[in-house]
Design a protein around this ligand. Structure first.
Ligand SMILES: *Cc1c(COP(=O)(O)O)cnc(C)c1O
Length: 348
């Protein structure tokens, strides 16, 4: 395939190699090294949030957030998401409860209906970087005393009304996986304004250690290494939003209403078309060397082990059938976009 959705963004080679040389010289490879600390500081300042806890990936980040909040019972989430949102919780014994979407986001009214005494948390997703119904979830959270943990895996660099996504709910969890807008090969971050929660997350990501030889609780290994942090530091000042925005507008000129809209606060990393003939469009794109991805098909509720019960999610089913995520980023040219759009328009 010549063009792919989610082809990784890479930094200037010499920036990264310089870090690698320094890391090897210092023999400080991991365990909260200087580059991890620096990345955390920069990310926290950029997002306007008090604490950033770097982790090995967002899946572990979600699990640590859940453990640090002492969640039990059920967690309400969309099914129209990447499977990790559900797996992260299921893996640690929490039960995902899938609620339908309104537009592309978890529907707050249906969430409120689904809350019971077993509900441990609400886990909305800022799908494709667009902020979900933040004010409604804040209201529901306060009214029912249920914490909100945002799966912000798509939303690094995105804002709403001029505020960066990152300080919402009890905490937010970002993914820095290679296919995401901003990457550290593998990686992620928990961001929060709650100092006690941040401290607990820091402890838990490092086996529960508070000092040499002193462990105070059960923890896991979710540390980010220095090489991973160096990748992030090297990529931070790349003009990624500008490139993606230009690409998005080119797509938009070609495809108009077929394209899911983004507002100005987006990182423009997800270029998503919605069409009845999604599968045919994907097939025809593959013929010209374009791997477009069917995010999110078939919906997590249709995957084992979640398909054991009947879920009534008509909007999720419809989107899972109709959406296709197209390539963008610095490796995609204007001509590539026009060529892709020709196929999309012909077969939609
Ligand atoms: C990518 C992704 C994750 C998982 O992130 P990792 O860093 O790969 O663990 C979780 N949720 C959503 C919505 C994602 O897209």
């Amino acid at each position: 395939m010549r063009l792919l959705t989610g082809r990784p963004n890479v930094p200037d080679e010499y920036k990264l190699l310089h870090h690698v040389t320094k890391i090897l010289e210092s023999r400080r490879l991991t365990n909260n090294g200087p580059r991890v600390c620096q990345l955390e500081e920069i990310v926290a300042a950029y997002l306007g949030v008090r604490h950033c806890v770097a982790v090995a990936n967002a899946t572990l980040g979600l699990q640590i957030a859940a453990k640090a909040l002492d969640l039990t019972g059920e967690v309400i989430m969309p099914s129209w998401t990447f499977v990790a949102t559900a797996h992260a919780m299921k893996w640690i014994g929490l039960e995902p409860i899938f609620v339908d979407v309104r537009g592309r986001h978890l529907d707050p009214a249906l969430v409120e209906d689904a809350i019971t005494e077993k509900t441990g948390a609400i886990v909305p997703v800022h799908t494709f970087g667009a902020p979900c119904d933040i004010d409604e979830f804040r209201y529901i959270s306060e009214k029912h005393g249920v914490p909100v943990v945002y799966d912000s895996a798509h939303a690094f660099g995105c804002s709403y009304n001029g505020n960066m996504i990152g300080g919402l709910g009890a905490c937010e969890v970002f993914s820095f996986h290679a296919t995401k807008f901003f990457n550290t090969f593998e990686g992620g971050a928990i961001t929060t304004n709650d100092s006690d929660l941040a401290e607990r997350c820091r402890r838990m990501r490092n086996f529960g250690f508070v000092d040499y030889d002193i462990v105070v609780e059960v923890g896991i290994n979710a540390k980010m290494s220095e090489i991973h942090a160096a990748m992030g530091l090297s990529l931070l000042d790349a003009p990624l939003v500008a490139v993606n925005r230009d690409n998005y507008h080119r797509y938009r000129e070609n495809l108009g209403e077929l394209l899911m809209p983004h507002d100005e606060g987006s990182n423009f990393w997800y270029v998503v078309v919605e069409t009845d003939n999604r599968d045919k469009v994907a097939e025809e794109l593959a013929k010209i060397g374009v791997l477009a991805r069917k995010y999110f098909h078939p919906g997590v509720h249709r995957m084992p082990p979640y398909d054991q019960r009947e879920w009534d999610l008509p909007n999720t089913e419809r989107l899972a059938r109709r959406t296709l995520c197209l390539p963008t980023g610095p490796t995609v040219s204007k001509d590539d976009i026009d060529e892709i759009c020709e196929v999309v328009l012909k077969w939609s």
